[in-house]
Design a protein around this ligand. Sequence first.
Ligand code: AMP
Length: 526
Amino acid sequence: MPTTDTLVDSLSSLQRIDQVLQRGDPRAPCASFEGRHWTYGAFNALVDTAAQALAAAGLRAGDRLALLSTPRPEYLLLLMAASRIGAVYLGLNPRHTAAEIAQALRRARPRLVLTLRRFEGQEFLPLFHLAAAQQPAPPVCAFDDLDSCLVALGSLPTLPPAAPSTPDAALARTAAIVFTSGTTGQPKPAMLTHAGLLLAAAVQHLRLNPPAPARARLLCHLPINHVGCLMNLTLGALAGGGSVVFQQRFSAAHTLQLLVDEGINCWLQAPAMFHACVDHPDFNPRALSHLHSVCIGGGAPSARVIQALRSTGAGLFVEYGQTETCSSGAYSDPGASDEVLTHCVGRFDPHFDLRIAHPDGRTCADGEVGEIQARGALVFAGYFDDADATRAAFTPDGWLHTGDLAERRADGCILLRGRLKEMIKSGGYNVYPREVELVLEGHPAVGQVVVVGLPDDRYGEAVHAVLTLRAPATRRSDLLDCCRASLANYKVPKSFRVIDSFALLPNGKIDRVGTRAAASSLPALD
Ligand code: AMP
């Protein structure tokens, strides 16, 4: 296993993300999908073929290549082929509506679109026909599988000439455009650089670190338009010579089965997905004893999930980051306690430049709440064609505003307080939703919880909890007693709203904006 700095140094010397395939052992496993397997050598040759076909059709450096697909080998092929010719990859999610696709095409202006023809009965070409009604559309080519994708690439029409554009230095460094997930606002096209993705992937791989001679083997089952798929699952595995197994759509039963059947040794996904897996009747920790590491990213896990995952015997860690920082910037230490895993996001990795900043620009002292900010190679190159949003994303001296509030505890671990925009201002007090969620998650009758602020005549905003119940007979007074035992009065929710299950965003995270919008119409416990 390479030491930290060897892997980081050698990946940092690469120019493009596709070079991770050229570094891999040509005979080692690289990708698997539904019974087919490719070595690094075989996949690299396919990428060469695809890259030549794209270049022959007229795709140039800086042009965007859009792909609508589930996580399948065609995704890896086109991500890497775009990179090989300096083009920019743009993933589109099959769950998007025609209006969302039209919006993505309008903002990112790809020169060519490839799409999976159908999945689970849904046809995707009609989405593009509807989207095309709203704007001049790029050519769209459909494929059914890897073989037909290669055939489609080999017979691409010559692309219509691109509209003249001024050379864009940021785009020249960009490997992929990823629309921010819109957890808290409108999606924006973030330009993620080759350098940022390679650095983030090197660190991710070192954190996974299965003992040699094993190589990291990950299940790749997040949407192909999300940074978690690009960086954590795909490049995080391939950076150090590991492999990926594609799963087209997350389902707890199938995921649990693939972990066993495919010998997955590093399991990485969002907390809501872990919830679904550990609550599934097929969850059998003994069958998962081959797991080396389990990584929870993108949100905070509950104590119940951590305890269930502990029983597999795997090393557990949490990681924190966002699209604009190429995903992960902070990781918990190996062997971190349950308390740290549920409350904290670990420490900023020493390879990155992150800090917690006070609004006046200084770095916060321990115990002081401020905003997490980032700078350096990890940070994105800006929002494509949106100078105003890019300017607003940075401080005047170049630090990225993550919009996340946090404090560093005396033990050095970072306690995430929530999104700046999600902070509830109630009667002059600041309430951090996560603090209230943690208390309610500790109650045995409660499943998942989202705490939101709703308009209130008296307090401006008031704290409300939306939750799933594990014990239907639960009373409001049970939850009030639990909150009052650990929270100041102004933090105690004014109502407890019950929901059957939370709507998830395509990246597997709970839709907090939608939950807040629906909260007042949900039944309240009495
Ligand atoms: P996205 O850009 O869609 O990946 O969303 C990133 C946001 O998810 C971050 O800015 C955080 O607010 C949240 N997030 C990421 N990792 C964690 C974590 N480990 N715990 C809690 N929230 C997280």
